[in-house]
Design a protein around this ligand. Structure first.
Ligand code: F6P
Length: 327
């Protein structure tokens, strides 16, 4: 078994609230166990640019409450090339690093797995950090809870004004391939319809339901559209506008505000647990694994498996419940 003496930690891809508590846990768990830790700035780009610095317990003081990531993040194309990976490897070796914790989503894990297969003497553990909640092997990913709460707060406010004006709002939430935020926010805000990338949108059914809502004396209606829906919020609103005259129709795109903000208690605890588990996994000699939380227990999943099964699995029972509760 390879003995680890110095690890590096990085955040990559879209930032997610909870990344900072996770970085804190990685740094302090490593130091507690006698390891050295380097923080890599700007994800894989920092590995290529040798942009890293030694961290100590005070490097991560007072960051539990911060959104974003103190290490910064990037979507790094050069790391996808053989040359980029080779430079990153040489920099890691030059810094005496033999273990790597990568915090991010499926793109981050794809890079980590390719790198680790090519250079197996650097052990790699992934931590699921993405607001999209679309990774196999963890019921929840870092940032999903905070982002969903941010969305709920915004939609509650929109509901106030929608109700005051008897309006119909199409609200687009994040999730390029995942309807996870849309579904949870839809249930929490009593949305009249939830449109997801995992399902084809039946426009006729949507119009029928909205008409039924008006017949049942609803004063406002909210349709949540996940970013990955094939038609998109503006197009859908246009199609509905042609057939529904009783509502004034508006569109709101929530955008990147969903990714910011102080992490919720859930994400602070999840980040702490996953960071702690990631370092302990490295110490035990694990590599090419993702640490996740299943049934409130830490679970290790092969990165390969996490990636091949990565899609968010739509919970049909929740969709059905949301439909019934919004009559
Ligand atoms: O992966 C997280 C995510 O926020 C997705 O929901 C969204 O589609 C994407 O990132 C946006 O990425 P960017 O900030 O690079 O435009």
């Amino acid at each position: 078994m390879q003995k680890i003496s110095k690890i590096a930690v990085l955040t990559s891809g879209g930032d997610a609230p909870g990344m900072n508590p996770c970085i804190r846990a990685v740094v302090r768990t490593a130091i507690y166990n006698g390891l050295h830790v380097a923080g890599v700035r700007q994800g894989y780009q920092g590995l290529i640019d040798n942009n890293m610095y030694d961290m100590d317990p005070r490097s991560v003081s007072n960051i539990l409450n911060l959104g974003g990531t103190i290490l910064k993040t990037a979507r790094c194309l050069p790391f996808r090339t053989e040359e980029g990976m080779e430079t990153a490897y040489q920099n890691l070796k030059a810094n005496g690093i033999d273990g790597l914790v990568v915090i991010g989503g499926d793109g981050t894990f794809t890079g980590a797995l390719r790198f680790s297969k090519k250079y197996p003497d650097i052990a790699v553990i992934g931590v699921p950090g993405t607001i999209d909640n679309d990774l196999y092997g963890s019921t929840y990913t870092l940032g999903f809870d905070t982002a969903t709460n941010t969305v709920i707060e915004a939609i509650d406010k929109i509901r106030d004004t929608a109700d005051a004006h008897d309006r119909l709002f199409f609200i687009e939430v994040m999730g390029r391939d995942s309807g996870a935020i849309a579904l949870r926010a839809g249930i929490s805000c009593g949305a009249e319809a939830i449109l997801l990338p995992e399902r084809d949108t039946a426009i006729d059914t949507l119009i029928e339901n909205l008409k039924a809502g008006q017949y049942n004396k609803k004063s406002s209606s909210i349709v949540i559209v996940a970013e990955g829906d094939k038609r998109g919020a503006y197009d859908l609103a246009e199609a509905v506008r042609k057939q529904i005259k009783f509502y004034d129709i508006k569109v709101t795109i929530l955008g990147h505000l969903q990714r910011g903000g102080s992490p919720s208690a859930f994400d602070r605890i999840l980040g702490s647990r996953l960071g702690f588990a990631a370092v302990n996994a490295l110490i035990k000699g694990e590599t090419q694994k993702m640490v996740g939380l299943e049934a409130n227990h830490i679970k290790l999943t092969d990165l390969e498996e996490a990636l091949t099964q990565h899609q968010f699995k739509l919970e049909d029972d929740l969709m059905q419940m949301a439909d019934i509760l919004s009559i």
